[in-house]
Design a protein around this ligand. Structure first.
Ligand code: 5GP
Length: 221
């Protein structure tokens, strides 16, 4: 498990953990942030709060073959497509990364992300572990943030409490959650989702004013 905190003058070099000079990039230039963590941890609540309170951050809208949940809007929460269209996007190289998760496919449209980054806009991807690994490989300068639940019991409670998925889907998501939890050490830092406001605050500070951040992780050492 990786614990990290840094003060303003510490570069992202250490956070990347590779030690290779080629990876050096000041925090202020690490405009692509990836938020990952087990299903049910509250990523979409964090993202919704960011969307509301911080319009200066751009959130990538993923493509998925999953059916919309009640209240989800096409083009806002996801672009909902069928399997055939997803195949086409993959074949055309239009996805920056993609992964299968609990029986559905999810991917990040490449062009929109690259354009925002070129314009210097702080950009956030909310994606699963496999996707985060692909971004790590293709864009090593990205900052990978792991959103952790306060406890495993809490995660299970949240996933069941959502009431939107049948038991077999919950079981698949919990199974995937165990794998995701074991991968925490692959991320640059962890934020524990004890409070949506706190997580948003730290995330925003990290993305928009990295020099002002003294402690980025909120996990107790
Ligand atoms: P949900 O079905 O609950 O909206 O999302 C299921 C999982 O897919 C979550 O872990 C979410 O972060 C992930 N996910 C959403 N969009 C993408 C994407 O574009 N790429 C990848 N790799 N995962 C995604």
């Amino acid at each position: 498990m990786t614990e990290r905190s840094w003060s303003g003058d510490v570069s992202a070099h250490e956070a990347l953990g590779s030690g290779a000079e080629d990876d050096f990039l000041p925090l202020s230039e690490r405009r692509l942030t990836v938020l990952s963590g087990p299903s049910g941890v509250g990523k979409s609540t964090v993202v919704a709060e960011l969307r509301r309170a911080h319009p200066e951050v751009w959130l990538s809208v993923s493509v998925t073959t999953r059916r919309p949940r009640p209240g989800e809007v096409n083009g806002v929460h996801y672009f909902f497509v069928d399997g055939e269209e997803f195949d086409r996007l993959v074949e055309a190289g239009e996805l920056l990364e993609w992964a299968e998760f609990a029986g559905n496919r999810y991917g990040t449209p490449r062009e929109a992300v690259l354009k925002k980054l070129a314009d210097g806009v702080p950009t956030l991807l909310e994606i699963d572990l496999e996707g985060a690994r692909q971004v790590r490989r293709s864009m090593p300068e990205a900052l990978l943030v792991f959103l952790a639940p306060p406890s495993w019991e809490e995660l299970e409670k949240r996933l069941r409490g959502r009431g939107t998925e049948p038991e077999d889907v919950i079981a698949r998501r919990l199974e995937a959650g165990r794998i995701e939890m074991a991968a925490e050490g692959e991320f640059d830092l962890t934020l524990v989702n004890t409070s949506v406001q706190d997580v948003c605050h730290r995330l925003i500070a990290l993305m928009t004013d990295p020099q002002g951040v003294t402690t980025t992780t909120n996990r107790e050492v």
